[in-house]
Ligand binder design. Structure first.
Ligand SMILES: [Zn+2]
Length: 365
């Protein structure tokens, strides 16, 4: 752990978790930005960010059945109760961290504190939280999973509240953050977590990075990626958490792996998203996914296709299906069939629009 502030925040979260409270809370405010470094896999993001406020949104206040005296829960850590502004919103303050609680504001403008007697707190009502809460995600702070606003919702919420800000510099800052987040989302190719399955090279004993580092600790991510190399197949693995093969051995004790094991089947990658599907590498060439491509099967041009190197030439594909059709002309793998994947018509939703447009145009001419 890096500093006294994060140690303290960790303890706060741990205690809330132990009391079943984290299910009812979503982190909002600038703390989300800290956790987005993990989401975008970019430790340098928002580097100027210094934040003492840790803001929790009580997602559905009426859903909390348990009784917990929250101020008492943190008293021995040195938190004191304070009241903010003319409205008297409660805060728990500490030299390192300030805890605030908020609730979604519905209906007419009423800024009086919202009483949360079951928690020994009052909370500040906040506008537009329905938008902010549309797609919450869980991110980890140290080893604790915390509910956080989705970056897109965070950005959208900032844009909604910016015009209501009194100070101009805050308005400007809100918009800047929103724009930065949206740009990050636009440039982001894949989610970082191995949602495609835990049986990936990032967890496999045959991966040199696993042998040497066990896991990618947040501050050593880059090194882990750089070291990722399959010692069994003798090939670099640029996307360890999105690459799979049948020789997977869970990496708890890499020294117990059998380095003489015979490679079975093909290395696979996560394909274009249509649910999580896997597509085979072209021998030692990893297909690049969600990249601009012109399909060599059907000629479709797409910003989100597949490319792969073959005999020194780059080939493009519009869909997993056309990639697999081409791949099967070179390799044998009976279990893999192109009918398992979306057709280009399904993916690009072509049929209905094309027909009705053609008819309208015909009638007009
Ligand atoms: Zn195609």
């Amino acid at each position: 752990m890096q500093n006294p502030q994060s140690e303290l925040c960790c303890e706060v979260l741990r205690r809330l978790q132990a009391h079943g409270m984290l299910n009812h809370l979503t982190l909002i405010g600038s703390w989300c930005l800290l956790l987005y470094r993990q989401y975008f896999e970019r430790d340098e993001l928002f580097s100027g960010l210094r934040t003492r406020d840790m803001d929790f949104l009580v997602t559905i206040p009426l859903a909390i059945r348990q009784k917990i005296d929250v101020p008492a829960l943190f008293k021995d850590l040195g938190f004191l109760i304070d009241y903010k502004g003319t409205e008297g919103y409660m805060q728990l303050i500490h030299p390192e961290v300030m805890l605030e609680f908020l609730v979604p504001q519905h209906g007419r403008e009423d800024n009086r504190p919202y009483d949360l007697p079951q928690l020994g707190l009052n909370a500040q009502p906040l506008r537009y939280m329905d938008v902010a809460l549309m797609k919450p995600i869980a991110l980890k702070f140290e080893d604790i999973a915390v509910g956080v606003l989705h970056p897109a919702c965070f950005a959208f919420h900032k844009l909604l509240v910016a015009p209501r800000r009194k100070e101009e510099f805050k308005r400007k800052r809100d918009v800047e953050i929103a724009v930065e987040l949206l740009a990050l989302l636009l440039n982001r190719k894949k989610p970082i977590m191995p949602n495609g399955g835990p049986d990936c090279c990032g967890n496999c004993s045959h991966n040199r990075a696993v042998q040497e580092m066990a896991h990618p600790h947040p501050e050593q991510r880059e090194l882990f990626w750089k070291l990722s190399f399959c010692t069994l197949r003798d090939v670099a693995v640029p996307n360890p958490f999105w690459t799979y093969c049948r020789n997977f051995v869970y990496g708890k004790r890499p020294e117990e792996r059998n380095p003489q094991e015979i490679p079975r089947g093909w290395i696979t990658a996560s394909g274009l998203y249509e649910g999580y599907v896997r597509i085979p590498w072209n021998d030692k060439n990893e297909p690049a996914v969600s990249v601009p491509a012109t399909c060599c099967i059907c000629g479709r041009v797409t910003p989100e296709g597949i490319t792969v190197m073959h005999n020194g030439e780059q080939l493009g594909f519009c869909t997993n299906r056309h990639y697999v059709r081409w791949w099967k002309t070179l390799h044998r793998y009976n279990k893999l069939r192109e009918c398992m994947f979306e057709t280009p018509e399904q993916r690009y939703q072509e049929k209905p629009q094309v027909n009705s447009d053609a008819r309208t145009m015909g009638a007009g001419m």
